[in-house]
Design a protein around this ligand. Sequence first.
Ligand code: MBD
Ligand code: FE
Length: 281
Amino acid sequence: MPSLIRHLHDFARETNLTVAEWTAGVEFINECGHMSTPKRNETQLLCDVLGLESLVDDITAKLLAGNTSVTPSAILGPFYRQGAPDLPNGASIVRGLSPSLPWYDRAIADSTFIHGRVFSSRSATSDGTDSKSPTTDLTPLAGATIDVWHTAPNGLYEQQDPHQPDMNLRGRFTTDSEGNFSFYCLRAVPYPIPDDGPAGRLLGLLDRKPYRPAHIHFIVEAEGHKTLVTQVFDAEDEWIRDDSVFAVKEELVVRFESRTGDERARWGLEYDFVLAEDGGE
Ligand code: MBD
Ligand code: FE
């Protein structure tokens, strides 16, 4: 609190903040609160467009992981939902797909198979040196869970869209004895964050755009390891260098490969996650 108060007062003095300006700020914050519901968190979105969630995420990751090399984190964002369905590896998170959907053709064209492994940053060999692949020395984690979610081709998460089935494009998978997971989903699309509230108005005032590059969210959890909250980003996306919420990191940018011989998916992606060990317990 002393630090917060010092910076708050310094801000007011530095900008010669007037009563009218302070009142506008109070109303702005109130409006964010009034707009928030269980399905929309405008205050978190405001923090996102200000880069605060991303900064706090970086600070937290550095404090927790120390200097072991792990998959970088990225912000949770306001659209995570608990309780996504537990699915077997190889299942699809696309629900209720039917030709009557306005985005059916797009969903077929964007059908994607994602697979990979979850590893511990702990070395599997005693010396842990001299490996070609960054993961050959790492210990695969069986029984790790992967919670995944992304938007539909119309750019909306299921809770934003009354036309999508409950829990569409969300699922939880568990790695097998070798740390493998796999599932079908869609190649995500770029989309504008909800900009019909105060956070969007602020973006407009700053001459900024509301777009996020196409991304897929993940929470990866394994016993004895730090939980990883992250996102992967499509390298070919036009917004990849201009994310409105500042979440893109180089190691999280991926290339989807075209996939042949699988009528369920036009695109494929292999992606591994490396988790930090939970020290001292
Ligand atoms: C999103 O979809 C998102 O992932 C974040 C971090 C912020 C706003 C919208
Ligand atoms: Fe998102």
